[in-house]
Ligand binder design. Sequence first.
Ligand SMILES: *[C@@H]1O[C@H](CO)[C@@H](O)[C@H](O)[C@H]1NC(C)=O
Ligand SMILES: *[C@@H]1O[C@H](CO)[C@@H](O)[C@H](O)[C@H]1NC(C)=O
Ligand SMILES: *[C@@H]1O[C@H](CO)[C@@H](O)[C@H](O)[C@H]1NC(C)=O
Ligand SMILES: *[C@@H]1O[C@H](CO)[C@@H](O)[C@H](O)[C@H]1NC(C)=O
Length: 443
Amino acid sequence: MERRPSLVAMVVVAMLSLSSCCCCASSSAGGGQQLHPVILIPGSGGNQLEAKLTEEYSPSSLACRVWPLVRGRGGWFRLWFDPSVLVAPLTRCFAERMMLYYDIAADDYRNAPGVETRVSDFGSTSSLRYLDPNLKLLTGYMDALASTLEKAAGYEEGRDLFGAPYDFRYGLAAPGHPSQAGSAYLERLRLLVESACAANGGKPAILLAHSLGGLYALQLLARSPAPWRAAHVKRLVTLSAPWGGSVQEMLTFASGNTLGVPFVDASIIRDEQRSSESNLWLLPTPKVFGNTTLVVSEFHNRSYSAKNVTQFLRDIGFEGGVEPYRARIRPLGEALPEPGVPVTCLVGTGVDTVESLVFGKEGFEAGPVKVAYGDGDGTVNLASLVGPIKAWADSPAQVLEVVELPGVSHSGILKDKSALQQIVRIVDAINLNTTGSNYLRSF
Ligand SMILES: *[C@@H]1O[C@H](CO)[C@@H](O)[C@H](O)[C@H]1NC(C)=O
Ligand SMILES: *[C@@H]1O[C@H](CO)[C@@H](O)[C@H](O)[C@H]1NC(C)=O
Ligand SMILES: *[C@@H]1O[C@H](CO)[C@@H](O)[C@H](O)[C@H]1NC(C)=O
Ligand SMILES: *[C@@H]1O[C@H](CO)[C@@H](O)[C@H](O)[C@H]1NC(C)=O
């Protein structure tokens, strides 16, 4: 609770640093006028991912050899999401296909041998509206958001509304390290932004990014020259961006996170989750969490802050993650450059969020014996959600708005009525060129 007043203070700072203000446009957004195109950038696990198996693939079981029985043209099938992951012998097939490998010689991540992956329909929102088109009700992801933009803000799929799905298992690396998959995505995203602008009378785009998508979007901006940013990006709008990672991610690495789904073997899922480069990116950063003890291991008689993540990775038995984390990933979290375009950060607050964990004498495998909760969006800690905001607000050149959504959870921000209303107001305001006028007053 201590942090709450400081968030409000930051918001006040943010308001003061708004460059110009408050000229009320007389036209109304949508009404036949050209809108700023919106590009939706999903978070981790937030779009469908397809796979195909080649001769190099060596299945761990007969089930994995034959599953899935029905495959599409060229042998492609939906790897994520498919409910078969919940069925015991098939969980293992899923995990061995999702697994990434760090190639030390190449200093880069690779798919499992014999597994090719792709996203379908890049540029369209189709693969991020639902994670499984056959289970729309259960696996809706950005559909509510996209539909709201269509119905309430005048957007139209393919005209001025686009989606940028990606292979979310991969991350990006600090300068000097190759990152083939992640860099290829940034390049695709850049071209999509350019073509979206060109198709809309040259109007710069609004990047609307959820969770991990916000980290990718920031890197796209940081790696683009200022004139490109000014010409192509009107505003970055982040939803629940985990700027400094989350403590919950340490639980994922230690014991596996089945997201509350019963019957799933956590240890199988844990190994797959550990292998994901983007999961390393979501570990708590020293910049945001400092010296605070986040995890205690009674077995090792040690406590770990965000500065001890390498030791933590060793102690949980994941030595393979230490070097890529240290060299490639940690520097990304330490430098959170100014976006260099106006930014609106929407953050959910007031939802119990894992703040510290105690693992007992049984070790990490057995799961935590004590969990303490603090403020955040249920997944990401408040300190992380507002991580770089003070620094950005202090910069005279950086236009910044922060919108707090009390009681809105990490993924609820894509569905809750109140959150969707705020997003529409923000997008409308950008299209009317009156950003920052009224909605900040709710603080
Ligand atoms: C963190 O700990 C180091 C020494 O372990 C100390 O030098 C530093 O001042 C501490 N930082 C904070 C923010 O407490
Ligand atoms: C645990 O570490 C503390 C110091 O960090 C030490 O005083 C204590 O004896 C250790 N306990 C065990 C059981 O090793
Ligand atoms: C954690 O990091 C701090 C500061 O770098 C260091 O003093 C401490 O010994 C580390 N603890 C462990 C368990 O590695
Ligand atoms: C928005 O308003 C500012 C000043 O109020 C103006 O300089 C700018 O050109 C406007 N942008 C658009 C896209 O209309």
